[in-house]
Design a protein around this ligand. Structure first.
Ligand SMILES: Cc1ncc(COP(=O)(O)O)c(C=O)c1O
Ligand SMILES: N[C@@H](CCCC[NH3+])C(=O)O
Length: 421
């Protein structure tokens, strides 16, 4: 069931017409469906219930909005965080500290202290150097940090190069052939309790084989570690399961993913941890926008200029990503157009030569599948401010992030005294 669907020719979010949100808060605006977020969390959790011991940590980089995190916490999910800011959000949303995993290659000293003092469940260490630093911080405070060592399995995730993280040349994790030595070195340090291994080979994976290849290597490593006398009670298999961005695209289901995991991890005897992001929230959000102008004067193919831009939704400009684009009140007519934003860069293009609903100035439209890596990657480029976020729940709705106007951003800037004479 799709919670962003047409009723009598108008696009709804659950039981609310999107036009009502546009009228009330203006455009552009992100709109999330609570029911979709819940359904995706449940489908993922239910699929994984075929596995013996499971912990799911929502990768909050995908959508760190506090209302979204609140839904995740209510569904019993923990959080995968990559900064002190994300850690604070997870705690503020009511996630238990022990359900929080801290990933990332560049955890800073103060962030390690923050994680330790909060009593988070696990640090995923990405280098020996990081482990040594964390051990010192923990030992100084008489604390012990539960840790997993993230390994780089040198597997091609067959996704966009910029979001592929498991090839040897990528910055993530330690080379898997050095992992046993590094794990053993770190396990000998006071302040650390090495309890597992972690792997995450990339995002928006459209096939299960790369996961399975990586997990097979992790399985061999677990055997090697145990043979070397190390304790391994946890294996964090990361996130990465992709979602369809184009109507009609078919992706592996969470059930198929879970069956693959069951096969790949048979006999591991560990708690399996997962860090899904996009698969939970990607299709739970749209970016609602209004057509500013249709420019036909300069080209054979018209430019549909919308009020959203690359600063609001960076994915098309950054990765050439496709987002389905539909009118909120389609007439039935179609057009072929370049869909662009107002920013002064040619890269501010959402789609080229896109066959889409015919649109005229003032019409509303949505970019679909904008619930993951949308608002969170926004910038204020061209002094456009940050757009609002709304959550819908049946026929109720609420602004869950205020629009931040350009004046509020410039209010944080100062002209120094030396420029005032
Ligand atoms: C360590 C880690 N875990 C989890 C995720 C979430 O990935 P996805 O949103 O593709 O599930 C990412 C992002 O790719 C990540 O870097
Ligand atoms: N920002 C990327 C995903 C990054 C995943 C980070 N680990 C995207 O929109 O597809």
């Amino acid at each position: 069931m799709n919670h962003f669907d047409y009723r009598d020719g108008d696009l709804y979010a659950e039981d609310l017409p999107l036009s009502a949100i546009a009228d009330a808060v203006g455009t552009p605006v992100y709109v999330y469906s609570r029911a979709t977020l819940e359904r995706h969390a449940r489908v993922f959790r239910d699929a994984l219930s075929i596995l013996p011991r499971v912990h799911i940590a929502f990768a909050i980089k995908a959508n760190p909005n506090l209302a979204v995190l609140n839904v995740m916490a209510r569904e019993g999910l923990g959080a995968d965080v990559v900064s002190g800011g994300e850690l604070a959000r997870a705690l503020a949303a009511g996630m238990a500290a022990e359900d929080i995993v801290f990933s990332g290659v560049g955890k800073q000293h103060h962030e390690m202290i923050q994680g330790l003092e909060a009593g988070i469940g696990q640090f995923n260490l990405e280098s020996e150097e990081e482990g040594i630093e964390l051990a010192e911080i923990a030992a100084e405070r008489g604390l012990v940090a539960n840790c997993a060592l993230r390994v780089n399995p040198d597997v091609d995730a067959r996704t966009h190069a910029k979001i592929s993280t498991g090839k040897a040349e990528n910055k993530f994790g330690v080379p898997i052939d050095r992992a046993c030595t590094i794990y053993s070195n770190l396990a000998a340090l006071p302040g650390l309790k090495m309890r597992g291994v972690a792997v995450h080979i990339g995002s928006q994976l459209s096939e299960l084989e790369p996961f399975e290849e990586a997990f097979a290597k992790v399985g061999a490593l677990i055997a090697e570690l145990r043979a070397a006398g190390q304790t391994v009670t946890h294996a964090d298999l990361g996130g990465g399961l992709g979602v369809p961005y184009k109507a009609g695209d078919v992706f592996p289901t969470p059930e198929a993913y879970a069956q693959m995991v069951a096969r790949a991890t048979e006999g591991w005897d560990v708690t399996l941890m997962f860090e899904p992001g996009r698969v939970i929230c990607g299709n739970a959000g749209v970016l609602l926008t209004r057509v500013v102008r249709v420019k036909r004067s300069s080209n054979q193919v018209p430019f549909v200029i919308v009020d959203a831009a690359m600063n609001d939704l960076a994915r098309p400009a950054m990765y050439g990503a496709w987002h389905d684009f539909d009118a909120v009140a389609p007439t039935g007519e179609k057009m072929t157009a370049h869909i662009v934003g107002p920013i002064c860069e040619t890269g501010d293009t959402f789609a080229m030569d896109r066959e889409c609903d015919a649109l005229a100035p003032g019409d509303l439209a949505v970019f679909r599948t904008a619930g993951a890596y949308g608002a969170t990657m926004a910038s204020s480029y061209n002094s456009r401010g940050f757009i609002a976020e709304v959550m819908v729940d049946g026929d109720k709705w609420a602004v869950v992030a205020d629009r931040i106007v350009p004046e509020a951003i410039s209010a944080a800037e100062r002209v120094p005294d030396f420029l005032k004479d």
